[in-house]
Ligand binder design. Structure first.
Ligand code: GDP
Ligand code: MN
Length: 378
């Protein structure tokens, strides 16, 4: 789950990381009032689930409440990487002497949480990573021991020469690691981590992704979910207990079980197609789920072919067949549907489908190849 900067800032602050205060505003007037309360120069920042807001014009300094109102007017309603800005964060602006990068990610290749630091922080960190990866220092944390004090100290000293500043950075790195672990995060980033003219180190931006499977441990973080800011189709899928991720291709896949869904997508690619989505309808036998799944799939204008690949275990083939029949009677489907069913109640499922004018296949390779060909207009 993605959370907003202002929410990530709350988590960091709770773990003792120095973060300037801030207030969320949904209208220009609210932004002006927040600026008035803080006094002096404030920064007005778009709250959307993507990075690169600064470069897109979504971060503006404002010297007065009137300017904060203008900045909020410009930023609210703006689209950044396809997401509409519905709220801004207003925070007292910091004077910046230097900008560093600090991030922790779950690095699956390394099988370890990996801390990354660079003194070349700020809005160009992607370019730094691409053109001079040696400017980013990495540390894979051994999960048996956690982050050791001397490791945090070494990272702090890598960022800053002044020992007083380096010690503050080391403490922040250790706290960020704690916050990351305690929240069940898969990513926690402070970019930039700044030093101000008083020599204080602070986080003035924060980004965190939380593992959905860790949310049950922290209801206060689960409550951060912002349905307005999410892909509406994916939010609806979650409500229906479907795992659905939109992709760029044209062959829609409707599958039961995550492993079979992955295998199906691989096979679509093998036969020269591109999957339009990952969709796991799960192990239950509920025709309504199939209806919702087909609704989601057909709302995606890229889809030119629909493939069902069902391996009946707990999921019963007849339930899926009934779901397909019901869904296609409710919604008009203009693209070809290819169905492969096997397993529990297969005969019954095939019978239901054939009675209703569908063709059912049993062989997975054949079905995927057919769906890919139909999608290409063959
Ligand atoms: P991002 O572009 O989405 O990562 O948004 P950031 O919050 O990182 O802001 C982008 C850039 O705006 C930062 O790298 C800073 O250079 C600048 N910026 C953000 N907040 C402040 C602030 O409080 N004071 C000053 N002087 N600059 C800021
Ligand atoms: Mn940033």
């Amino acid at each position: 789950m993605n959370i907003h900067e202002f929410q990530a800032r709350q988590i960091l602050a709770r773990h003792g990381i120095p973060v300037p205060e801030g207030e969320v505003a949904r209208t220009p007037d609210e932004a002006a009032r927040a600026a008035e309360r803080f006094g002096g120069t404030v920064v007005v920042k778009a709250q959307v689930h993507v990075g690169g807001r600064g470069k897109a014009g979504g971060v503006k300094l404002a010297g007065s409440p009137a300017e904060a109102r203008e900045s909020a007017e410009a930023i609210l309603g703006m689209e950044i990487k396809g997401l509409e800005v519905r709220q801004v964060l207003v925070a007292p602006a910091e004077d910046i002497v230097s900008e560093a990068y600090l991030g922790i990610v779950m690095d699956r290749a390394n099988q370890a949480d990996t801390i990354m630091v660079s003194s070349e922080g700020g809005v160009d960190i992607e370019e730094v990573a691409a053109t001079m990866p040696e400017a980013i220092r990495k540390l894979a944390v051994d999960p048996r021991y956690g982050l050791l004090n001397h490791q945090a100290a070494a990272l702090g000293h890598h960022l800053y020469d002044d020992p007083k500043v380096a010690r503050q950075a080391a403490a922040i790195i250790a706290k960020l690691y704690e916050a990351y672990r305690a929240s069940g995060a898969t990513l926690a980033e402070i970019n930039p981590l700044i030093v101000n003219p008083q020599g204080e180190v602070k986080a003035i931006d924060a980004k965190m992704n939380i593992d959905d499977n860790a949310l049950f441990r922290s209801p206060e973080i689960a409550a951060f979910r912002d349905l307005e800011a999410e892909n509406p189709a994916e939010a609806r899928a979650r409500e229906a207990e479907l795992s659905y991720i939109q992709l760029d291709g044209n062959v829609a896949c409707c599958v039961n079980g995550a492993g079979l869904a992955m295998a199906t997508m691989d096979l679509v690619k093998y036969y020269g197609g591109e999957p339009a989505n990952f969709l796991d309808i799960g192990g239950s036998s509920n025709p309504d789920k199939v209806v919702t799944a087909l609704e989601l799939i057909t709302e995606d204008p890229k889809v030119t072919s629909i493939l069902f690949n069902i391996f009946g275990g707990i999921t019963r083939c007849d339930d899926v067949a009934n779901g397909i029949v019901e869904a296609t009677s409710r919604i008009e489907i203009k693209v070809p549907i290819t169905i492969r069913l096997t397993g529990t109640n297969e005969e019954l499922g095939v019978e239901i489908l054939e009675e209703n004018g569908f063709e059912a296949m049993v062989d997975m390779d054949k079905a995927v190849e057919t769906a890919v060909q139909r999608g290409a207009g063959a």
